[in-house]
Design a protein around this ligand. Structure first.
Ligand SMILES: NC(=O)c1ccc[n+]([C@@H]2O[C@H](COP(=O)([O-])OP(=O)(O)OC[C@H]3O[C@@H](n4cnc5c(N)ncnc54)[C@H](OP(=O)(O)O)[C@@H]3O)[C@@H](O)[C@H]2O)c1
Length: 281
């Protein structure tokens, strides 16, 4: 399969996003963040994922402004925090995010979690941001089929991406099939299940065949499925290794064996609980 670090996925509005991106959750220390982003740029990553919740937008904005890559060659994603949802709050939160990131437009803006109280109002603000061309694409995170169907009853614009927890222990087959039917791109968060998959004997054994780690096998599996994946690491050697997955290909049988590891096990919250409790867990 001819994948490379430059491979992109085309969203329903024709905007393209690199299939392998870099996650920045937990990277709050400015030195660690700079070192990680520099390593990521050096390894060829161009898409960066942050959120208001991650408390690093200012630092990330500064590092990306100085990283030596032109703005329009970067793909920058952020998300509205739960406590900033609602129509006016989302518009304000978006301005803050743009300011903090030192940007005049964002590539992708996402609703971080579905929330009961502000569900439609938040999306209305997203549509305005998109129509004003301040975000090249808009989408959601952690939306179940029920949330997407509910959104469709009032939305004028369909989300272009759903960023969801997805890894070999949580393959989300039903949701993935639905998103494909709906032409909503699938972005995998915690693609390594926050380290958990690295100890999986099947992945370690498969890695021996290709001289790759369990992490590299897992990321390759994500990309061969057509998902966007955004692994996070604070270690330059791991950042480079996570992008060194383009010189081998898993067979159909190996892909199926990894699919078979699914046990519907989450490392993060269940979106239905977050929705019901309006963001309070
Ligand atoms: N939308 C949402 O609700 C949501 C939720 C969670 C995450 N996200 C996004 O998704 C990104 C990725 O998810 P995540 O950070 O939760 O988990 P992840 O990428 O699955 O795993 C990150 C963990 O794996 C370790 N790691 C990474 N590469 C490794 C390697 N090659 N070998 C060994 N260990 C390795 C990292 O440690 P070191 O850093 O010490 O290397 C870190 O502890 C986040 O950063 C964030 O941008 C979105």
């Amino acid at each position: 399969m001819g994948l490379s670090i430059n491979t992109t996925i085309t969203l329903s509005n024709t905007v393209t996003i690199e299939q392998l991106g870099f996650g920045t959750y937990k990277l709050t220390d400015p030195n660690e963040l700079k070192c990680a982003v520099d390593a990521a740029i050096h390894a060829g990553y161009r898409a960066f994922d942050t959120a208001e919740l991650y408390n690093n937008e200012k630092q990330l904005g500064q590092v990306l402004a100085q990283c030596g890559v032109k703005r329009n060659d970067l793909f920058i994603t952020s998300k509205i925090a739960n406590e900033k949802q609602g129509y006016e709050n989302t518009l304000k939160g978006f301005e803050q995010t743009l300011n903090d990131l030192q940007l005049d437009y964002i590539d992708l803006f996402l609703v971080h979690w579905p929330l009961h109280d502000t569900f439609f109002e938040t999306w209305e603000a997203f549509e305005r941001i998109y129509e004003e061309k301040r975000a090249r694409a808009i989408g959601v995170c952690n939306f179940q089929i029920s949330h997407l169907e509910m959104l469709a009853t009032r939305a004028n614009i369909k989300p272009m991406i759903n960023q969801i927890e997805l890894h070999p222990y949580l393959t989300q087959e039903v949701l993935v099939n639905y998103l494909r039917e709906q032409d909503i791109a699938i972005e995998a968060w915690s693609p390594l299940a926050r380290n958990k998959v690295l100890h999986e004997p099947l992945l370690i054994k498969m890695g021996e065949k290709y001289h790759k780690s369990a992490a590299q096998i897992t990321l390759r599996w994500q990309l061969q499925h057509g998902h966007i994946a955004i692994p996070k690491s604070g270690h330059p050697d791991r950042i480079a290794a996570n992008a060194d997955i383009f010189d081998f290909a898993l067979t159909a049988s190996e892909m199926a064996q990894i699919d078979g590891l699914n046990k519907n096990e989450r490392v993060g919250p269940n979106p239905d609980d977050v929705y019901r409790n309006n963001g309070f867990l």
